[in-house]
Design a protein around this ligand. Structure first.
Ligand code: BEZ
Length: 261
């Protein structure tokens, strides 16, 4: 069976975002991000960078507090959706931020696990902050979607692929991420893992189609449907209840850190 290129290969499949599918299957991501906005505590008049802000749902919440927000994301489709909300928004690679001492705070929800070179992200965030500025966020931490990852990887291995190499996510422990922040010029105020089993609005296959393209797109089209069904069947005993409702095994890493000068 043929499998498309592995990660690290320039032809490795890239996750792409369809704002409508995202809104249908993943609106809960922003809904559950409200406590992170509270931890950020945006103040009127502050200038804040929303890193990996997607379609801008939480940028809007930050703007509602009176702050000036710039929403940045690697997805042109999501940034177009953020602009439709009337937000200032730019397509930017989070591993190559080029802002200089412009922001009072950098905020990020459910995005940093897509950026697998965290040293680059942290260096760019530090540069973007004014002296004393804060970096506050939440993303997938150690153990996040562990059952889902195991099922995706095992089913890809069975089709002749390399499941581990296809995994695009970075899910560190608070200790490891805290050490990266300290090494990158931050003082860590808080860093904790929060297990958060998360009910899904639809079926597991919908979640997989929304988030797991890195695995799916390695397979020829004709194999993608059977692959999704196989992963979903493997997960059902653990993640689907008697009424057919699905819950994803999310674990969040929530943190707050201050730029040291
Ligand atoms: C998360 O938000 O934890 C997540 C989203 C997509 C894929 C994996 C994890």
């Amino acid at each position: 069976m043929s499998v498309e290129p592995e990660a690290g290969d320039p032809k490795a499949p890239r996750q792409h975002w369809d704002p409508e599918r995202y809104a249908r299957n993943a609106r809960f991501v922003a809904d559950l991000g409200q406590p992170v906005v509270e931890l950020l505590a945006p103040q009127a008049g502050e200038r804040i960078l929303d890193l990996g802000g997607g379609d801008g749902a939480l940028s809007e919440a930050i703007r509602a507090a009176g702050a000036e927000v710039l929403c940045v994301d690697a997805s042109a489709e999501q940034i177009a959706a953020a602009k439709r909300r009337g937000l200032a928004a730019e397509v930017v690679d989070g591993e190559a931020l080029a802002y200089e001492a412009e922001f009072d705070a950098v905020f990020s929800n459910a995005a940093l696990h897509w950026m697998t070179r965290p040293e680059r992200v942290i260096a760019g965030v530090r540069r973007a902050l004014k002296p004393g500025g804060r970096f506050v966020g939440e993303f997938g931490g150690a153990g996040n979607v562990a059952l889902i990852c195991a099922a995706l990887e095992a089913a890809l291995d069975r089709r002749g692929g390399d499941g581990k190499a296809a995994n695009p996510w970075f899910f560190p422990t608070p200790e490891d991420y805290g050490a990266l922040l300290e090494a990158g010029g931050f003082r860590v105020r808080a860093a904790e893992l929060i297990p958060r089993p998360t009910p899904l609005p639809g079926a597991m296959v919908d979640w997989l189609q929304t988030f797991a393209e890195s695995f799916i797109k390695r397979l020829p089209e004709a194999e993608q449907g059977p692959y999704l069904e196989e992963v979903s069947a493997a997960l059902a005993p653990d993640l689907r209840d008697a009424e057919g409702r699905w819950t994803a095994d999310y674990v969040r890493l929530r943190f707050a850190a201050d730029r040291v000068d």
